[in-house]
Design a protein around this ligand. Structure first.
Ligand code: ARG
Length: 303
């Protein structure tokens, strides 16, 4: 049952007939107290002249507070994990774990093996935060080039189903999905990420509900794009211009199948979301996009 699907040929069953998973109703965030652009590990962190982006710290804090308030207004309880000095990317708390629920209802999380040494130090801090809210943490085999896994940066649940969509190629190694599939006891569909500007699956695919998604064609291989099209009958293709920084529209987050939180300025995407019956909520995450992340990476949605 726990298949790994790589091609549309292997997708020879109805993915929405797989066993159900509850919906995730809680949000974890990390205050950007020590947030900084100082460890350039993705192409968005540098300006055209090669220098690092300069941050407006006060603006970053205000953007973060607005995002937190937006989740609360939508009815999601927001938990905070303590920010730690020396971990400038910890605010991007989608990346250190993959929370899930077992078939018997226990809350567990697969902890990440981060590609970058500094970022790997964030994992234990997020693990403690998850343990405090009742999660059991599961470790992957020892961190090496073939066991890398960046949690919900690359691994996204199809809402309501025991189906995981997993990206690989930049931060996550393809082979680790065998291990992840066993731990989560779910079907995993894997996608090779073809373009370094879209280094996590959450930079190029935003799952809105079990049938709908935003996605950027340029980030995927031909095979991967066919899979995206096969899984999502209601697919909004986002232009390269609105997908890339400084807009990052595919890093949107739809926490409830209706509201879509995204960086302001994605004009066409916003119009298409409205036409498809969603309610876009535009906010500024400009300071975080200077580090290569927007709404989706700035929170962990957990069960
Ligand atoms: N600077 C961070 C990094 O490169 C940004 C992470 C953004 N997170 C995401 N899920 N895309 O790791």
């Amino acid at each position: 049952m726990n298949k790994i699907i790589h091609t549309t040929r292997e997708l020879n069953f109805d993915i929405r007939q797989t066993p159900a998973m509850p919906l995730a109703r809680r949000i974890l965030m990390v205050r950007p107290t020590y947030f900084h652009v100082e460890n350039p590990i993705n192409p968005h962190m540098r300006k055209a002249d090669g220098s690092l982006h300069l941050l407006d710290k006060a603006k970053a804090m205000a953007e973060w507070e607005t995002l937190k308030a937006t989740y609360k207004k939508l009815g999601f309880p927001v938990f905070e994990a303590d920010a730690q000095p020396g971990l400038p990317d910890m605010v991007f708390c989608a990346n250190q774990s993959l929370p899930f629920v077992t078939r018997t209802g226990e809350a567990k999380a697969v902890m990440s093996n981060m590609a970058n040494d500094v970022r790997h130090k964030e994992v234990s801090a997020i693990q403690s935060a998850l343990e405090r809210v009742g999660y059991q943490a599961l470790a992957l085999p020892q961190r090496s080039s073939t066991t890398l896994f960046e949690g919900m940066g690359d691994a996204l649940w199809l809402p309501g189903h025991r189906v995981l969509l997993g990206g690989y190629g930049h931060r996550t190694h393809k082979a680790i999905y065998e291990e992840v599939a066993q731990k989560i006891d779910a079907t995993v569909v894997v996608f090779e990420l073809a373009n370094p500007r879209f280094y996590h699956l959450d930079t190029c695919l935003s799952i809105l509900d079990s049938r709908s998604a935003l996605a950027c064609r340029d980030a995927f291989t031909d095979e991967g794009w066919q899979l995206v099209q096969a899984i999502f009958p209601n697919l909004v293709e986002v232009s390269l211009q609105e997908s890339d920084s400084p807009v990052f529209a595919c890093n949107a987050h739809c926490p409830d199948g209706k509201h879509v939180l995204l960086q302001t300025g994605a004009k066409t995407t916003v119009a298409e979301l409205k036409a498809a019956g969603f309610e876009p909520i535009e906010l500024s995450t400009e300071e975080f996009i200077k580090s290569g992340g927007s709404v989706f990476c700035m929170k962990l949605q957990f069960f």
